[in-house]
Design a protein around this ligand. Structure first.
Ligand SMILES: Nc1nc2c(c(=O)[nH]1)N[C@H]1C(S)=C(S)[C@@H](COP(=O)(O)O)O[C@H]1N2
Ligand SMILES: [Mo]
Length: 311
């Protein structure tokens, strides 16, 4: 029997004013949507042990993880590499006041206060899968705004090709940054067209509450079709550039972590398969979807590229 999970339908990407009325239907909607799943995104691995060609796939439900799970199992190496202890070690992290500098190849650079960001850009809810490169996943109802809203305001110049994001550097608050194992601060990057894509979110909250420190307060990137490490937390700088950014992970292990990091069950990590994942809260594993199930929306960004080479 083959297993397949539908993309979270765009009907679940709701503006805030209908969020409350829709919420109570969310679980039903997600389950119902499973019945009309598209086959397009996931090339089902033929080598799945219990795969029977020609048989209709069994649909797995794709419901949001609960608040406790999302806020107590985290990767945030600035605090600790222990996923179970990020929450406790980050409680005192100061996220207000907070400023974000938008600079580089833009006509209108600026320093944005987090409160101004919140009020200037209409907040909406996006329920996204998140797939960590380590092989676990969650479904998270984020609040935030499309990054392209901000980029349109600052006006990238015609030379700008990439966006480079930087996390706060403050070893007093973030003891993990005292380790010289990584080239702090954490840096991530996107191609400008990836950054402009409507799915690319700047998150300020989840489950309708402001982000907690462990999830990247007060402002973090969410790129749902890429491995979780691209979704950089606690951002203080957004830079437009013509140079492909070198991320913290590319610097640490270039043979293991590339610039693109698109979720791809067919391209193994050098040390483990990416064909399946453990959904937090579930027993057993489920198949990993090509582009994390968002291929219908984003595969066009990579037309003609060899995704095994551009990992
Ligand atoms: N600054 C920073 N951002 C980061 C990380 C980190 O260690 N530091 N970890 C990444 C990884 S590996 C994952 S899987 C996600 C986890 O996000 P979550 O804890 O909110 O689920 O954050 C990403 N963003
Ligand atoms: Mo991750």
């Amino acid at each position: 029997m083959r297993y397949k999970v539908p993309p979270i339908p765009s009907s679940e990407i709701t503006p805030e004013h209908v969020y409350l009325s829709r919420r109570k239907f969310m679980r039903e909607a997600l389950v119902l949507a499973a019945g009309s799943a598209l086959a397009a995104c996931a090339p089902t691995p033929n080598d799945t042990p219990n795969s029977t060609p020609g048989q209709e796939p069994t649909l797995l439900p794709d419901t949001p993880n609960d608040f406790e799970q999302i806020t107590n199992y985290n990767n945030f190496y600035e605090f600790t590499t222990d996923k179970d202890r990020v929450a406790i070690l980050s409680t005192a992290f100061v996220t207000s006041p907070w400023q974000v500098s938008v600079e580089g190849m833009v006509n209108k650079p600026g320093i944005y206060d987090i409160d101004a960001i919140r009020s200037q850009f209409a907040q909406e809810e996006r329920v996204y899968r998140m797939r960590c490169v380590e092989g676990w996943s969650m479904v998270i109802p984020w609040n935030g705004f499309a990054l392209n809203q901000l980029l349109k305001v600052v006006e990238p110049t015609s030379d700008a090709k990439y966006v480079r994001f930087t996390t706060l550097y403050d070893p007093q608050q973030m003891p993990g940054q005292k380790s010289s194992y990584f080239a702090w601060p954490y840096v991530e990057g996107l191609r400008l067209d990836e950054a402009m894509h409507d799915l690319t979110l700047m998150a300020t909250g989840l489950y309708g509450k402001d982000l907690l420190p462990q999830n990247g307060a007060p402002l973090r990137l969410v790129v749902p079709w890429k491995y979780g490490f691209k979704s950089i937390k606690s951002i203080v700088k957004i830079e437009l550039t013509d140079q492909m950014p070198v991320s913290l992970w590319m610097d640490a292990a270039p043979n293991e972590y590339g610039f693109y990091a698109n979720v791809n069950p067919d391209v193994s990590h050098p040390r483990w398969s990416q064909a399946s994942e453990r959904r937090i809260g579930e027993s057993g594993r489920r198949p990993t979807l090509f582009m994390n199930g968002y291929a219908d929306e984003v595969a066009g960004l990579y037309t003609g590229m060899d995704l095994a080479k551009n990992y």
